[in-house]
Design a protein around this ligand. Structure first.
Ligand SMILES: [Zn+2]
Length: 304
């Protein structure tokens, strides 16, 4: 009985010893399994890096995430445009007009000539002579008394416009282009004498003829265009489909109607439905779209 008990006790000890030995051996292999784990992680690392860098470098998460946040549409207030009230865009905005074209208003095509702005005895550097009925499409550069002279720089644009009008089936007559200072002197005296006036103005105080030096014809940039020859040009007399077409299409060629009747208080000139002035396509488009005459347009640039 006692021996049986001892045998059981020894057996229990043996079992404990075996279990202990097993536990010891298992524990002694733990470093090796850690190495396996690290090796596994190391071999898997490239895949993790490729997908989520933050998983490998958690400290980089904040700096990586920051740009993503700022890339989202933030409710940053739109920059309030502070227009210089003394700039062309500022002056236009004050009048409820869109920004005018960025141009050099001292360039030749913007020269302002009126009762208050004389150009003295100015002469265009070179003249181009156009057939008055635009039948011929050439532009001559030597004096020709039977042709209409204009500043050579606008000759092609004028010819294109005249031919465009003819292609629309309408007659064209280039009635008057460049006039020298002395010719305008004679014109002024004749018109004044015929009307019993001395200042070139009608009963309402608007010019019907300009003093020499103040006529736009002297620039070579202004042209009178009608459908045929008229001894005396008057709005009611010269009204025609040609005039209508020119007024509707002149801006496409860089011209504007210079003296609209409703702008008399600004131009100081009686309505002249036949007088067109070259200002270039950019200015012509803006002036036409915004119903501005040259005085109003140039005032946007500080020219008064
Ligand atoms: Zn004229």
């Amino acid at each position: 009985m006692k021996a049986n008990f001892m045998a059981r006790f020894l057996l229990a000890l043996l079992v404990l010893a075996i279990f202990g030995a097993y536990s010891y051996v298992r524990a002694s292999y733990t470093p090796f399994s850690d190495e396996l784990e690290r090796a596994r992680e190391a071999s898997a690392a490239p895949v993790i890096v490729a997908v989520t860098p933050q998983a490998v470098f958690p400290e980089a998460e904040a700096t990586v995430a920051a740009p993503e946040e700022s890339a989202e549409p933030e409710p940053t207030p739109a920059p309030t445009p502070t227009l210089d009230p003394e700039s062309p865009a500022g002056r236009a905005a004050a009048l409820g007009l869109p920004a005018p074209p960025e141009i050099d208003v001292t360039s030749w095509e913007y020269v302002l000539v009126n009762g208050e702005h004389s150009i003295g005895t100015y002469e265009p550097a070179e003249l181009g002579y156009l057939n008055q009925t635009a039948d011929a499409t050439d532009i001559q550069t030597s004096y020709n008394p039977n042709r209409c002279p204009v500043d050579l720089r606008i000759a092609q644009a004028l010819l294109d416009m005249a031919l465009g009008c003819r292609e629309a089936g309408l007659p064209v007559y280039l009635s008057s282009g460049y006039r020298s200072y002395s010719v305008q002197q004679q014109n002024f005296k004749r018109v004044c004498d015929n009307n019993g006036i001395t200042d070139g103005k009608d009963a309402e105080g608007y010019y019907i003829t300009m003093p020499a030096g103040c006529s736009e014809h002297q620039t070579g940039l202004g042209v009178d265009i009608t459908d045929k020859y008229y001894e005396i040009k008057r709005d009611d007399k010269v009204a025609s489909a040609t005039i209508d077409w020119l007024q509707a299409h002149c801006a496409e060629y860089g011209f504007v109607l210079r003296f609209p009747k409703d702008k008399r208080p600004i131009t100081q000139v009686m309505g002249e439905s036949w007088h067109f002035r070259y200002v270039g396509k950019e200015a012509a488009a803006y002036m036409t779209e915004n119903n501005l005459v040259l005085e109003e347009f140039l005032a946007l640039y500080g020219v008064n």
